[in-house]
Design a protein around this ligand. Structure first.
Ligand code: NAD
Length: 475
Protein backbone atom coordinates (compact mmCIF):
# COMPACT_ATOMS: atom_id res chain seq x y z
CA UNK A 1 0.00 0.00 0.00
CA UNK A 2 1.33 3.40 -1.01
CA UNK A 3 0.96 5.89 1.82
CA UNK A 4 1.76 9.59 1.77
CA UNK A 5 -0.47 11.22 4.33
CA UNK A 6 1.65 14.31 4.86
CA UNK A 7 1.46 17.60 2.99
CA UNK A 8 4.50 19.33 1.53
CA UNK A 9 4.46 22.84 2.99
CA UNK A 10 7.28 25.36 3.38
CA UNK A 11 9.94 22.88 2.32
CA UNK A 12 8.94 20.06 4.67
CA UNK A 13 6.56 17.10 4.85
CA UNK A 14 4.10 17.93 7.61
CA UNK A 15 1.03 16.27 9.08
CA UNK A 16 -2.26 17.45 7.63
CA UNK A 17 -4.23 19.59 10.07
CA UNK A 18 -7.26 17.45 9.31
CA UNK A 19 -5.85 14.08 10.34
CA UNK A 20 -8.04 12.59 7.62
CA UNK A 21 -7.05 10.56 4.58
CA UNK A 22 -8.36 9.73 1.11
CA UNK A 23 -8.22 6.22 -0.35
CA UNK A 24 -6.78 6.02 -3.85
CA UNK A 25 -8.25 3.33 -6.08
CA UNK A 26 -6.63 1.37 -8.90
CA UNK A 27 -9.28 1.59 -11.64
CA UNK A 28 -8.10 -1.67 -13.23
CA UNK A 29 -8.77 -3.71 -10.08
CA UNK A 30 -11.24 -1.46 -8.20
CA UNK A 31 -9.01 -1.95 -5.14
CA UNK A 32 -7.56 0.65 -2.81
CA UNK A 33 -3.81 0.79 -3.38
CA UNK A 34 -2.86 3.98 -1.59
CA UNK A 35 -3.73 6.78 0.77
CA UNK A 36 -3.02 10.49 0.81
CA UNK A 37 -3.96 13.32 3.15
CA UNK A 38 -7.41 14.81 2.90
CA UNK A 39 -6.34 18.37 3.57
CA UNK A 40 -8.42 21.25 4.85
CA UNK A 41 -8.50 25.04 5.08
CA UNK A 42 -5.89 25.11 7.85
CA UNK A 43 -3.43 23.28 5.55
CA UNK A 44 -4.23 25.73 2.77
CA UNK A 45 -3.68 28.71 5.07
CA UNK A 46 -0.25 27.43 6.08
CA UNK A 47 0.73 26.69 2.48
CA UNK A 48 -0.40 30.10 1.19
CA UNK A 49 1.45 31.83 4.02
CA UNK A 50 4.65 29.93 3.15
CA UNK A 51 4.30 30.94 -0.50
CA UNK A 52 3.53 34.55 0.40
CA UNK A 53 6.59 34.77 2.66
CA UNK A 54 8.90 33.77 -0.16
CA UNK A 55 7.19 35.68 -2.98
CA UNK A 56 9.32 38.83 -2.99
CA UNK A 57 12.64 37.02 -2.77
CA UNK A 58 11.66 34.45 -5.42
CA UNK A 59 10.37 37.14 -7.74
CA UNK A 60 13.75 38.85 -7.63
CA UNK A 61 15.90 35.77 -8.21
CA UNK A 62 18.04 36.24 -11.32
CA UNK A 63 16.50 34.57 -14.38
CA UNK A 64 19.66 32.47 -14.74
CA UNK A 65 19.07 31.05 -11.27
CA UNK A 66 15.51 30.04 -12.08
CA UNK A 67 16.72 28.57 -15.35
CA UNK A 68 19.35 26.52 -13.52
CA UNK A 69 16.64 25.35 -11.12
CA UNK A 70 14.50 24.17 -14.05
CA UNK A 71 17.55 22.39 -15.45
CA UNK A 72 18.01 20.50 -12.18
CA UNK A 73 14.30 19.63 -12.14
CA UNK A 74 14.60 18.19 -15.66
CA UNK A 75 17.42 15.94 -14.47
CA UNK A 76 15.57 14.97 -11.29
CA UNK A 77 12.43 14.19 -13.28
CA UNK A 78 14.38 11.91 -15.62
CA UNK A 79 15.88 10.11 -12.63
CA UNK A 80 12.38 9.26 -11.33
CA UNK A 81 11.12 7.98 -14.68
CA UNK A 82 10.32 4.47 -13.54
CA UNK A 83 8.52 5.63 -10.38
CA UNK A 84 6.38 8.07 -12.37
CA UNK A 85 5.45 5.44 -14.94
CA UNK A 86 4.50 2.93 -12.23
CA UNK A 87 2.41 5.36 -10.25
CA UNK A 88 0.48 6.73 -13.25
CA UNK A 89 -0.25 3.20 -14.44
CA UNK A 90 -1.68 2.43 -10.99
CA UNK A 91 -3.64 5.58 -10.20
CA UNK A 92 -4.92 6.48 -13.67
CA UNK A 93 -5.00 3.02 -15.26
CA UNK A 94 -2.93 4.41 -18.10
CA UNK A 95 -1.49 1.55 -20.19
CA UNK A 96 2.13 1.16 -19.16
CA UNK A 97 3.57 1.98 -22.59
CA UNK A 98 1.47 5.19 -22.70
CA UNK A 99 2.51 6.03 -19.13
CA UNK A 100 5.99 6.13 -20.59
CA UNK A 101 5.62 7.60 -24.09
CA UNK A 102 2.77 10.00 -23.33
CA UNK A 103 2.34 10.65 -19.61
CA UNK A 104 5.98 10.67 -18.52
CA UNK A 105 7.20 12.43 -21.66
CA UNK A 106 4.60 15.19 -21.51
CA UNK A 107 5.55 16.07 -17.95
CA UNK A 108 9.20 16.24 -18.90
CA UNK A 109 8.50 18.28 -22.00
CA UNK A 110 7.05 21.22 -20.05
CA UNK A 111 10.04 21.57 -17.74
CA UNK A 112 12.32 21.41 -20.77
CA UNK A 113 10.17 23.93 -22.64
CA UNK A 114 10.27 26.42 -19.76
CA UNK A 115 14.04 25.94 -19.45
CA UNK A 116 14.41 26.69 -23.16
CA UNK A 117 11.97 29.59 -23.13
CA UNK A 118 13.94 31.35 -20.39
CA UNK A 119 16.93 31.56 -22.68
CA UNK A 120 15.21 34.21 -24.80
CA UNK A 121 12.19 35.33 -22.74
CA UNK A 122 12.06 39.13 -22.46
CA UNK A 123 11.13 40.25 -18.96
CA UNK A 124 11.94 43.86 -19.88
CA UNK A 125 11.25 46.01 -22.87
CA UNK A 126 12.38 49.58 -23.53
CA UNK A 127 9.99 51.93 -25.33
CA UNK A 128 11.58 55.35 -25.82
CA UNK A 129 12.41 56.74 -22.38
CA UNK A 130 10.18 54.23 -20.70
CA UNK A 131 10.54 50.69 -19.45
CA UNK A 132 8.03 47.87 -19.37
CA UNK A 133 8.80 45.07 -16.94
CA UNK A 134 7.04 41.76 -16.47
CA UNK A 135 7.00 40.61 -12.88
CA UNK A 136 5.85 37.46 -11.17
CA UNK A 137 2.19 37.83 -10.26
CA UNK A 138 2.38 36.49 -6.72
CA UNK A 139 1.07 33.39 -4.99
CA UNK A 140 -0.62 31.15 -7.55
CA UNK A 141 -3.19 28.50 -6.67
CA UNK A 142 -3.00 25.54 -9.06
CA UNK A 143 -5.91 23.11 -9.29
CA UNK A 144 -5.49 20.19 -11.65
CA UNK A 145 -7.43 17.18 -13.00
CA UNK A 146 -6.58 13.48 -13.12
CA UNK A 147 -6.35 12.72 -16.83
CA UNK A 148 -2.68 13.59 -17.40
CA UNK A 149 -1.25 13.63 -13.87
CA UNK A 150 2.21 14.99 -14.72
CA UNK A 151 1.32 16.97 -17.84
CA UNK A 152 -1.40 19.10 -16.25
CA UNK A 153 0.67 19.84 -13.16
CA UNK A 154 4.09 20.32 -14.74
CA UNK A 155 2.95 22.76 -17.39
CA UNK A 156 1.67 25.09 -14.67
CA UNK A 157 4.57 24.46 -12.29
CA UNK A 158 7.26 24.96 -14.94
CA UNK A 159 5.67 28.22 -16.05
CA UNK A 160 5.25 29.54 -12.50
CA UNK A 161 8.85 28.70 -11.54
CA UNK A 162 10.10 30.31 -14.75
CA UNK A 163 8.07 33.45 -14.01
CA UNK A 164 9.15 33.59 -10.35
CA UNK A 165 5.75 32.95 -8.79
CA UNK A 166 5.46 30.65 -5.76
CA UNK A 167 2.61 28.16 -5.86
CA UNK A 168 0.22 25.98 -3.89
CA UNK A 169 -0.77 22.90 -5.89
CA UNK A 170 -3.93 20.88 -5.33
CA UNK A 171 -3.84 17.90 -7.68
CA UNK A 172 -6.80 15.65 -8.34
CA UNK A 173 -7.68 13.38 -5.42
CA UNK A 174 -8.04 10.53 -7.94
CA UNK A 175 -4.40 10.70 -9.06
CA UNK A 176 -2.39 12.36 -6.28
CA UNK A 177 0.77 10.23 -6.28
CA UNK A 178 2.41 11.66 -9.40
CA UNK A 179 2.35 15.06 -7.67
CA UNK A 180 3.90 13.54 -4.54
CA UNK A 181 6.81 12.36 -6.69
CA UNK A 182 7.06 15.83 -8.24
CA UNK A 183 7.33 17.28 -4.73
CA UNK A 184 10.18 14.88 -3.98
CA UNK A 185 11.89 15.87 -7.24
CA UNK A 186 11.59 19.57 -6.37
CA UNK A 187 12.92 19.01 -2.85
CA UNK A 188 15.94 17.20 -4.28
CA UNK A 189 16.46 19.86 -6.97
CA UNK A 190 16.60 22.61 -4.35
CA UNK A 191 13.37 24.48 -5.05
CA UNK A 192 13.54 27.21 -2.37
CA UNK A 193 11.44 26.64 0.74
CA UNK A 194 7.88 27.96 0.28
CA UNK A 195 8.09 28.23 -3.53
CA UNK A 196 6.32 24.91 -4.02
CA UNK A 197 3.61 23.68 -1.67
CA UNK A 198 1.49 20.59 -2.18
CA UNK A 199 -1.85 20.25 -0.42
CA UNK A 200 -3.67 17.04 -1.21
CA UNK A 201 -7.40 16.79 -0.71
CA UNK A 202 -10.71 17.16 -2.49
CA UNK A 203 -12.24 20.12 -4.30
CA UNK A 204 -14.41 21.33 -1.47
CA UNK A 205 -11.90 20.82 1.34
CA UNK A 206 -8.80 22.20 -0.36
CA UNK A 207 -9.72 23.64 -3.79
CA UNK A 208 -12.35 26.04 -2.48
CA UNK A 209 -10.33 27.56 0.39
CA UNK A 210 -7.36 27.91 -1.95
CA UNK A 211 -9.37 29.81 -4.52
CA UNK A 212 -10.99 31.96 -1.85
CA UNK A 213 -7.77 32.80 -0.03
CA UNK A 214 -7.18 36.57 -0.11
CA UNK A 215 -3.43 36.18 -0.55
CA UNK A 216 -3.75 34.06 -3.70
CA UNK A 217 -3.32 36.42 -6.65
CA UNK A 218 -3.98 34.05 -9.45
CA UNK A 219 -5.76 30.74 -10.00
CA UNK A 220 -4.69 28.39 -12.75
CA UNK A 221 -7.25 25.65 -13.17
CA UNK A 222 -7.62 22.70 -15.51
CA UNK A 223 -10.74 20.60 -15.30
CA UNK A 224 -14.41 20.53 -16.12
CA UNK A 225 -16.53 23.49 -17.18
CA UNK A 226 -18.89 23.41 -14.17
CA UNK A 227 -15.96 23.51 -11.73
CA UNK A 228 -14.23 26.18 -13.84
CA UNK A 229 -17.33 28.31 -13.66
CA UNK A 230 -17.51 28.02 -9.85
CA UNK A 231 -13.84 28.89 -9.60
CA UNK A 232 -14.23 31.95 -11.80
CA UNK A 233 -17.17 33.11 -9.73
CA UNK A 234 -15.24 32.73 -6.48
CA UNK A 235 -12.13 34.35 -7.94
CA UNK A 236 -14.23 37.31 -9.05
CA UNK A 237 -14.93 38.28 -5.42
CA UNK A 238 -11.49 39.84 -5.10
CA UNK A 239 -10.62 40.01 -8.83
CA UNK A 240 -8.02 37.28 -8.92
CA UNK A 241 -6.61 36.56 -12.32
CA UNK A 242 -7.88 33.24 -13.65
CA UNK A 243 -6.48 30.92 -16.26
CA UNK A 244 -8.87 28.14 -17.21
CA UNK A 245 -8.28 25.05 -19.33
CA UNK A 246 -11.63 23.35 -19.69
CA UNK A 247 -13.37 20.77 -21.84
CA UNK A 248 -13.67 20.15 -25.57
CA UNK A 249 -15.66 18.40 -28.26
CA UNK A 250 -13.17 18.64 -31.03
CA UNK A 251 -13.94 17.93 -34.70
CA UNK A 252 -11.81 15.60 -36.79
CA UNK A 253 -12.51 16.55 -40.43
CA UNK A 254 -11.63 14.06 -43.14
CA UNK A 255 -11.43 15.51 -46.64
CA UNK A 256 -12.38 13.52 -49.70
CA UNK A 257 -8.83 13.47 -51.03
CA UNK A 258 -7.47 11.85 -47.84
CA UNK A 259 -5.90 8.41 -47.88
CA UNK A 260 -8.79 6.61 -46.22
CA UNK A 261 -6.77 3.96 -44.40
CA UNK A 262 -4.50 6.58 -42.89
CA UNK A 263 -7.45 8.79 -42.02
CA UNK A 264 -9.25 5.94 -40.24
CA UNK A 265 -6.19 5.13 -38.16
CA UNK A 266 -5.68 8.76 -37.22
CA UNK A 267 -9.36 9.35 -36.41
CA UNK A 268 -9.62 6.27 -34.20
CA UNK A 269 -6.33 7.20 -32.54
CA UNK A 270 -7.70 10.68 -31.78
CA UNK A 271 -10.64 9.10 -29.92
CA UNK A 272 -8.96 6.29 -27.96
CA UNK A 273 -5.93 8.31 -26.89
CA UNK A 274 -5.72 8.15 -23.07
CA UNK A 275 -8.84 5.94 -23.08
CA UNK A 276 -10.75 8.90 -24.50
CA UNK A 277 -10.01 10.91 -21.39
CA UNK A 278 -8.41 13.83 -23.17
CA UNK A 279 -9.87 17.32 -23.34
CA UNK A 280 -8.45 17.68 -26.85
CA UNK A 281 -9.78 14.32 -28.13
CA UNK A 282 -11.15 14.51 -31.68
CA UNK A 283 -14.46 12.84 -30.84
CA UNK A 284 -16.66 14.27 -33.62
CA UNK A 285 -15.50 12.67 -36.84
CA UNK A 286 -16.74 14.58 -39.88
CA UNK A 287 -16.79 12.75 -43.22
CA UNK A 288 -18.55 13.59 -46.48
CA UNK A 289 -21.77 11.76 -47.32
CA UNK A 290 -19.85 10.29 -50.21
CA UNK A 291 -17.14 8.73 -47.96
CA UNK A 292 -19.39 7.71 -45.07
CA UNK A 293 -19.97 4.02 -45.79
CA UNK A 294 -16.39 3.21 -46.70
CA UNK A 295 -15.19 5.13 -43.63
CA UNK A 296 -17.56 3.37 -41.22
CA UNK A 297 -16.63 -0.09 -42.43
CA UNK A 298 -12.93 0.54 -41.97
CA UNK A 299 -13.34 2.49 -38.72
CA UNK A 300 -15.44 -0.29 -37.12
CA UNK A 301 -12.71 -2.80 -38.00
CA UNK A 302 -9.99 -0.51 -36.65
CA UNK A 303 -11.89 0.14 -33.40
CA UNK A 304 -12.45 -3.60 -32.90
CA UNK A 305 -8.69 -4.12 -33.28
CA UNK A 306 -7.83 -1.72 -30.43
CA UNK A 307 -6.57 -3.76 -27.51
CA UNK A 308 -8.42 -2.97 -24.29
CA UNK A 309 -7.16 -4.54 -21.09
CA UNK A 310 -4.77 -4.68 -18.17
CA UNK A 311 -2.77 -1.44 -18.09
CA UNK A 312 0.25 -3.36 -16.83
CA UNK A 313 0.42 -5.34 -20.06
CA UNK A 314 2.76 -3.78 -22.67
CA UNK A 315 0.43 -4.45 -25.60
CA UNK A 316 -2.62 -2.76 -24.03
CA UNK A 317 -3.71 0.37 -25.89
CA UNK A 318 -6.79 1.29 -23.85
CA UNK A 319 -7.02 0.85 -20.09
CA UNK A 320 -9.92 1.39 -17.70
CA UNK A 321 -11.76 4.66 -17.17
CA UNK A 322 -10.34 6.40 -14.11
CA UNK A 323 -13.21 5.89 -11.65
CA UNK A 324 -16.61 4.31 -11.22
CA UNK A 325 -18.25 7.73 -11.49
CA UNK A 326 -16.57 8.44 -14.82
CA UNK A 327 -17.33 4.89 -16.01
CA UNK A 328 -21.03 5.39 -15.27
CA UNK A 329 -20.94 8.74 -17.06
CA UNK A 330 -19.56 7.10 -20.21
CA UNK A 331 -22.23 4.38 -20.04
CA UNK A 332 -24.89 7.01 -19.58
CA UNK A 333 -23.76 8.85 -22.71
CA UNK A 334 -23.69 5.64 -24.75
CA UNK A 335 -27.27 4.99 -23.60
CA UNK A 336 -28.23 8.54 -24.60
CA UNK A 337 -26.75 8.02 -28.06
CA UNK A 338 -28.86 4.90 -28.51
CA UNK A 339 -31.98 6.57 -27.09
CA UNK A 340 -31.60 9.58 -29.39
CA UNK A 341 -31.44 7.32 -32.44
CA UNK A 342 -27.76 6.99 -33.36
CA UNK A 343 -26.54 3.59 -34.59
CA UNK A 344 -23.81 1.70 -32.74
CA UNK A 345 -21.35 0.41 -35.34
CA UNK A 346 -18.64 -0.65 -32.87
CA UNK A 347 -18.57 -1.28 -29.12
CA UNK A 348 -21.66 -0.18 -27.21
CA UNK A 349 -22.91 -0.53 -23.66
CA UNK A 350 -21.28 -2.60 -20.93
CA UNK A 351 -17.82 -3.95 -20.30
CA UNK A 352 -15.69 -5.83 -22.84
CA UNK A 353 -15.79 -9.59 -22.45
CA UNK A 354 -13.40 -10.92 -19.81
CA UNK A 355 -12.96 -7.47 -18.22
CA UNK A 356 -15.81 -7.51 -15.71
CA UNK A 357 -13.58 -6.21 -12.89
CA UNK A 358 -12.21 -2.73 -13.43
CA UNK A 359 -13.84 0.29 -15.05
CA UNK A 360 -13.35 -0.89 -18.61
CA UNK A 361 -15.56 0.32 -21.45
CA UNK A 362 -15.91 -0.76 -25.07
CA UNK A 363 -14.40 1.67 -27.57
CA UNK A 364 -17.51 2.77 -29.42
CA UNK A 365 -18.51 4.32 -32.73
CA UNK A 366 -21.88 5.96 -33.37
CA UNK A 367 -23.16 6.64 -36.87
CA UNK A 368 -26.37 8.13 -38.33
CA UNK A 369 -26.34 10.84 -35.70
CA UNK A 370 -26.34 14.56 -36.17
CA UNK A 371 -24.47 17.34 -34.49
CA UNK A 372 -27.39 18.26 -32.25
CA UNK A 373 -27.40 14.96 -30.38
CA UNK A 374 -26.14 14.91 -26.81
CA UNK A 375 -23.24 12.63 -27.80
CA UNK A 376 -22.10 15.24 -30.34
CA UNK A 377 -22.51 18.25 -28.06
CA UNK A 378 -21.33 17.08 -24.64
CA UNK A 379 -17.95 15.89 -23.52
CA UNK A 380 -18.17 12.13 -22.87
CA UNK A 381 -14.58 11.68 -21.65
CA UNK A 382 -14.39 8.09 -22.86
CA UNK A 383 -13.42 6.35 -26.13
CA UNK A 384 -16.60 7.20 -28.01
CA UNK A 385 -16.64 8.52 -31.59
CA UNK A 386 -19.63 10.26 -33.16
CA UNK A 387 -19.49 10.13 -36.96
CA UNK A 388 -21.32 13.03 -38.61
CA UNK A 389 -21.65 13.60 -42.33
CA UNK A 390 -21.19 16.88 -44.17
CA UNK A 391 -22.44 17.96 -47.60
CA UNK A 392 -19.56 20.21 -48.62
CA UNK A 393 -16.67 22.01 -46.93
CA UNK A 394 -18.80 24.99 -45.86
CA UNK A 395 -21.11 22.53 -44.18
CA UNK A 396 -18.12 20.85 -42.50
CA UNK A 397 -16.97 24.20 -41.09
CA UNK A 398 -20.49 24.99 -39.90
CA UNK A 399 -20.74 21.64 -38.07
CA UNK A 400 -17.21 21.88 -36.69
CA UNK A 401 -17.97 25.29 -35.14
CA UNK A 402 -21.46 24.40 -33.96
CA UNK A 403 -20.40 23.65 -30.38
CA UNK A 404 -19.93 25.61 -27.18
CA UNK A 405 -16.33 24.40 -27.13
CA UNK A 406 -13.27 25.48 -29.12
CA UNK A 407 -10.25 23.64 -27.85
CA UNK A 408 -8.78 21.61 -30.70
CA UNK A 409 -9.55 20.46 -34.23
CA UNK A 410 -7.99 18.00 -36.63
CA UNK A 411 -7.85 18.15 -40.43
CA UNK A 412 -6.93 15.22 -42.61
CA UNK A 413 -6.45 15.48 -46.39
CA UNK A 414 -4.00 16.22 -49.17
CA UNK A 415 -4.66 19.59 -50.74
CA UNK A 416 -2.59 22.12 -48.79
CA UNK A 417 -4.57 25.15 -49.90
CA UNK A 418 -7.86 23.59 -48.82
CA UNK A 419 -6.37 22.56 -45.49
CA UNK A 420 -4.99 26.04 -44.79
CA UNK A 421 -8.23 27.63 -45.83
CA UNK A 422 -10.16 25.37 -43.44
CA UNK A 423 -7.67 26.02 -40.62
CA UNK A 424 -8.49 29.71 -40.87
CA UNK A 425 -12.22 29.09 -40.46
CA UNK A 426 -12.20 26.76 -37.45
CA UNK A 427 -12.92 28.37 -34.08
CA UNK A 428 -10.43 26.58 -31.86
CA UNK A 429 -7.16 27.25 -30.08
CA UNK A 430 -5.44 24.40 -31.90
CA UNK A 431 -5.67 23.06 -35.46
CA UNK A 432 -3.66 19.94 -36.23
CA UNK A 433 -3.11 19.19 -39.91
CA UNK A 434 -2.44 15.55 -40.84
CA UNK A 435 -1.28 14.54 -37.35
CA UNK A 436 1.56 17.06 -37.36
CA UNK A 437 3.41 16.87 -34.04
CA UNK A 438 2.49 19.51 -31.50
CA UNK A 439 5.87 20.89 -30.59
CA UNK A 440 6.43 22.19 -27.08
CA UNK A 441 6.77 25.82 -28.17
CA UNK A 442 3.15 25.93 -29.39
CA UNK A 443 0.55 27.57 -27.13
CA UNK A 444 -2.40 25.50 -25.92
CA UNK A 445 -5.80 26.72 -24.79
CA UNK A 446 -9.37 27.17 -25.85
CA UNK A 447 -11.79 29.47 -27.62
CA UNK A 448 -15.33 29.85 -26.28
CA UNK A 449 -16.22 27.60 -23.30
CA UNK A 450 -12.96 25.65 -23.58
CA UNK A 451 -11.20 28.17 -21.44
CA UNK A 452 -9.40 31.42 -20.86
CA UNK A 453 -5.67 31.89 -21.37
CA UNK A 454 -2.90 29.82 -22.91
CA UNK A 455 -0.43 27.34 -21.51
CA UNK A 456 2.79 25.66 -22.74
CA UNK A 457 6.20 27.30 -23.22
CA UNK A 458 6.56 31.08 -23.27
CA UNK A 459 2.78 31.58 -23.55
CA UNK A 460 2.38 29.67 -20.29
CA UNK A 461 4.97 31.85 -18.55
CA UNK A 462 3.06 35.02 -19.56
CA UNK A 463 0.07 33.81 -17.55
CA UNK A 464 2.05 34.06 -14.30
CA UNK A 465 3.27 37.61 -14.91
CA UNK A 466 2.02 41.12 -14.26
CA UNK A 467 3.01 43.98 -16.54
CA UNK A 468 4.46 47.15 -15.03
CA UNK A 469 5.05 50.30 -17.06
CA UNK A 470 7.73 52.65 -15.69
CA UNK A 471 7.37 55.97 -17.43
CA UNK A 472 10.55 58.07 -17.52
CA UNK A 473 12.86 55.24 -16.46
CA UNK A 474 15.50 56.38 -18.98
CA UNK A 475 14.63 60.06 -18.83
P1 NAD B 1 -13.10 18.46 -12.17
O1 NAD B 1 -13.51 19.80 -12.60
O2 NAD B 1 -14.06 17.60 -11.49
O3 NAD B 1 -11.87 18.55 -11.17
C1 NAD B 1 -10.67 19.22 -11.48
C2 NAD B 1 -9.99 19.64 -10.20
O4 NAD B 1 -10.81 20.59 -9.53
C3 NAD B 1 -9.76 18.50 -9.21
O5 NAD B 1 -8.52 18.70 -8.57
C4 NAD B 1 -10.90 18.69 -8.21
O6 NAD B 1 -10.63 18.19 -6.93
C5 NAD B 1 -11.01 20.20 -8.18
N1 NAD B 1 -12.32 20.71 -7.77
C6 NAD B 1 -13.53 20.10 -7.90
N2 NAD B 1 -14.49 20.91 -7.42
C7 NAD B 1 -13.89 22.03 -6.98
C8 NAD B 1 -14.36 23.25 -6.40
N3 NAD B 1 -15.65 23.45 -6.14
N4 NAD B 1 -13.46 24.20 -6.09
C9 NAD B 1 -12.15 24.02 -6.35
N5 NAD B 1 -11.64 22.90 -6.88
C10 NAD B 1 -12.50 21.92 -7.21
O7 NAD B 1 -12.50 17.78 -13.46
P2 NAD B 1 -11.90 16.31 -13.59
O8 NAD B 1 -13.05 15.36 -13.56
O9 NAD B 1 -10.78 16.10 -12.65
O10 NAD B 1 -11.29 16.37 -15.07
C11 NAD B 1 -12.03 16.13 -16.20
C12 NAD B 1 -12.41 17.43 -16.88
O11 NAD B 1 -11.27 18.25 -17.08
C13 NAD B 1 -12.97 17.21 -18.27
O12 NAD B 1 -14.10 18.01 -18.45
C14 NAD B 1 -11.85 17.67 -19.19
O13 NAD B 1 -12.22 18.11 -20.43
C15 NAD B 1 -11.21 18.73 -18.41
N6 NAD B 1 -9.81 18.88 -18.82
C16 NAD B 1 -9.44 19.96 -19.56
C17 NAD B 1 -8.12 20.10 -19.98
C18 NAD B 1 -7.66 21.27 -20.79
O14 NAD B 1 -6.46 21.52 -20.85
N7 NAD B 1 -8.53 22.04 -21.41
C19 NAD B 1 -7.21 19.15 -19.65
C20 NAD B 1 -7.63 18.05 -18.90
C21 NAD B 1 -8.94 17.93 -18.48
Amino acid sequence: MLKKTKQYINGAWVESESGETIDVINPATEEVFGQVAKGNKADVDKAVQAAKDVYVSFRHTPVEERRALLGRIVEGYKARKQDLIEVMTLELGSPVTKSDTVQYERGLMHFEAAYEALETFEFEERRGDNLIVKEAIGVAGLVTPWNFPTNQTSLKLAAAFAAGSPVVLKPSELTPFAAVILAEIFEEAGVPKGVFNLVNGDGEGVGTPLIQHPDVRMVSFTGSGPTGSKIMEQASKDFKKVSLELGGKSPFIILDDADLDEAVKAAVGAVVNNTGQACSAGTRTLVSEHLKDAFLEKAAAEMARVKVGDPQSPDTEVGPIVSEKQYLQVQDYIQKGIDEGATVVAGGLGKPEGLETGYFVKPTIFADGDNQMTIAQEEIFGPVMSVITYKDLDDAVRIANDTKYGLASYLFGKDQETLRNLAGKIEAGLVVINEAPRTRDLPFGGYKQSGIGREWGDYGIQEFLEVKAIAGFYH
